[in-house]
Design a binder for this molecule. Structure first.
Ligand SMILES: NC(=O)CCC(=O)C(=O)O
Length: 272
């Protein structure tokens, strides 16, 4: 299976519309890959909090339209990263003035929406995303030919129980779009490897490059195999990271080193 992670630079000098066009062209260039992955909130930047409201889109907004078309033009599965999603109001009376979510979109090679995932763990403690966005509630897995994806977004990477839930739902390849800052790059690499090792799964983690809202981004998108080996890692700048991996390695690793079967907690009823 071939995956291409598009580590886009998100800088304030470029308009959202022009970045959207540039990203669509980059996706089209990945024809021949099985899966293409984009980062978190690449239209605005994950730390550009003041842009979330003005740049929020309905689910089927301009980014959805552009990415659905790019996926079908390239004939690839596309994890299109996430958008600031503006929902309809709770009362349903006025469309588009409801809560915001950090929502990931996954398209099939025919350009149909295969899944949407609303980020569960919002970053910022008592500010930023944590107060501007609402929390998603649902775990999302998607069956692709050859592997089942489990999806999570950026700060979610710090919450192992989410990934265990995805594994229990059948995930074998964990896809994590992010806008991770340079300042905590060591955590990014360490946690990506930890999630791969503890879940005996592939991890495909795609970050952003550049600087937005005064926050230099880490880049260093990374692909880790179920044994924790780093298969590929990007540098700090804009880059397309392409990797070939064998999804059968998940079952082989889980069989040869069956640690997941030794779980004692969190399973109902206890196994032994
Ligand atoms: N956008 C994010 O979720 C940032 C997460 C982060 O900076 C961290 O976990 O550290």
């Amino acid at each position: 299976m071939r995956a291409s992670l598009i580590q886009i630079a998100v800088d304030e000098g470029e308009s959202v519309a022009s970045r959207r066009q540039r990203v669509a062209a980059l996706v089209r260039e990945q024809a021949g890959a099985d899966l293409v992955v984009l980062p978190e909130l690449w239209t605005t930047g994950a730390f550009a909090y003041e842009e979330f409201g003005p740049e929020a889109e309905p689910l089927e907004g301009p980014t959805y339209e552009a990415m659905a078309k790019a996926a079908s033009d390239a004939g690839v599965w596309l994890h299109a990263g996430s958008i600031p999603e503006r929902t309809a109001s709770d009362s349903g009376s006025a469309a588009g003035d409801g809560p915001l979510y950090n929502t990931s979109l996954l398209f099939s090679p025919s350009g149909d929406l295969a899944a949407a995932y609303r980020k569960i763990h919002r970053f910022g403690f008592d500010q930023g995303e944590a107060v501007l966005m609402s929390a998603g509630r649902d775990l999302v897995t998607v069956r692709l030919p050859g592997t089942t994806l489990g999806v999570a977004t950026c700060y979610d990477l710090r919450f192992p129980e989410l990934f265990r839930g995805l594994v229990d739902a059948g995930a074998e390849t964990l896809v994590i779009p992010a806008g991770w800052p340079e300042r905590r790059r060591a955590h990014w690499t360490l946690l990506a490897q930890a999630r791969a090792v503890e879940n005996q799964a592939f991890v495909l983690a795609c970050g952003t490059a550049g600087t937005h809202a005064g926050v230099p981004q880490a880049g260093h998108s990374i692909v880790v195999d179920p044994w924790g080996e780093v298969l590929a890692e990007a540098g700090a700048g804009e880059e397309v990271l392409t990797v070939d991996f064998d999804p059968a390695k998940v079952a082989a690793t889980r069989e040869q080193f069956p640690a997941l079967k030794d779980r004692m907690l969190g399973l109902e009823p206890p196994r032994r």
